[in-house]
Design a protein around this ligand. Structure first.
Ligand SMILES: Cc1ncc(COP(=O)(O)O)c(C=O)c1O
Length: 316
């Protein structure tokens, strides 16, 4: 077979082919297949970063936490990722690294299954995922149980608090049957945590259709967030308190916030798509809400939305 001709034929028929032009890949004939490690640079990102640094940081300074919507960015970007992974907008938050999210969600899941300590996974899982399970175990909170992929269902018993797996394997590309394993784990009374680092943006993911409880994923691979981009955490039914324990791995000071908005443990990292994601609190024409949190009742005299309710103010 003439592989080059076959590749060109498939490219020509690919409905996604036009997106190639959106990326700034080197103009030297390079074929880049390493999106599983670091996604390519979207052309619009460069201008966007210049705007953030020059205007939002340089000119806006501290006001940009609110005026440029930095403070609500974890939820804003999470809502955009949600459809890619089959979750609801309010169920996804973008914060921290995959490892930090894993640690917090493993700890939260164990707290939700008192009397059970086993975290079930496979020895070939991504090393960081196993380190996080070991870390929680070293604190005396978990008992790791690692079995080959084919033995996972047989290893589910009444000691298992959490089944923690990476959906698409980072080396082989093998994909777990999310629906089947989620059902099996829940039938055994366990929660399920899926690592979507090699799935989100690459293959269809249907977290809610599969009934998955928790998920984490990576921003700098197939989501093209760039080096240092934050990760994502997802919890089913997390719109307003949801299924995660109130304190979780975080301090009690955050327990007043709804659902996943309690999860970030660091200052939000600001980045949004050019011209797309208007900060909350601005009306269509770009006028800013001038009211304070307590005074904003919505309507034409303020931001034009139903009371913006503090979304624009730095908490505390
Ligand atoms: C499957 C998987 N899990 C976890 C991680 C760790 O991610 P982070 O370095 O953002 O904590 C990676 C990173 O490549 C990964 O591919």
């Amino acid at each position: 077979m003439d592989f080059a001709a076959e590749a060109a034929r498939l490219d020509a028929a690919d409905p996604l082919a036009r997106w190639r032009e959106e990326f700034a890949l080197p103009d030297n004939g390079l074929t880049y297949l390493d999106g599983n490690s670091l996604g390519a640079l979207p052309k619009r990102t460069k201008a966007r970063l210049e705007h953030i640094i020059g205007k939002e940081w340089g000119a806006g300074l501290i006001r940009s936490w609110n005026d440029a919507g930095w403070i609500t960015m974890p939820a804003t970007v999470g809502a955009k990722i949600a459809p890619l992974i089959g979750a609801q907008r309010q169920e996804v938050i973008v914060c921290d690294s995959v490892s930090v999210n894993l640690f917090k969600l493993i700890a939260a899941a164990l707290a939700m299954r008192p009397g059970r300590k086993v975290v079930l996974s496979e020895p070939g899982n991504f090393p960081t995922d196993l380190y996080m399970i070991e870390g929680v175990a070293a604190m005396g909170l978990a008992e790791p149980r690692l079995v080959a992929a084919q033995q996972i269902e047989a290893a589910l018993d009444d000691q298992v608090a959490l089944l923690a797996l990476t959906h698409v394997h980072y080396k082989t590309g093998a994909m777990h049957d999310m629906a089947r394993l989620t059902r099996a784990a829940q039938d055994a009374g366990a929660l399920v945590l899926w690592d979507l680092s090699h799935s989100a943006g690459a293959v269809p993911v249907r977290l809610n259709d599969c009934g998955a409880d928790l998920a984490v994923g990576c921003g700098y691979k197939y989501l093209n967030g760039g080096p240092g981009a934050p990760a994502g955490g997802c919890g089913r039914g997390c719109a307003g308190g949801g299924r995660l324990s109130p304190g979780g791995a975080l301090g009690p000071g955050r327990s007043g916030l709804p659902g996943l908005r309690r999860r970030p443990s660091a200052t939000p990292r600001a980045r949004r798509r050019p011209g797309r994601d208007r900060p909350r609190g601005r009306r269509r024409g770009g006028r800013r809400c001038t009211r304070r949190r307590t005074a904003c009742r919505g309507g034409a005299s303020s931001c034009g939305r139903p009371a913006c309710g503090g979304a624009r103010r730095w908490p505390g």
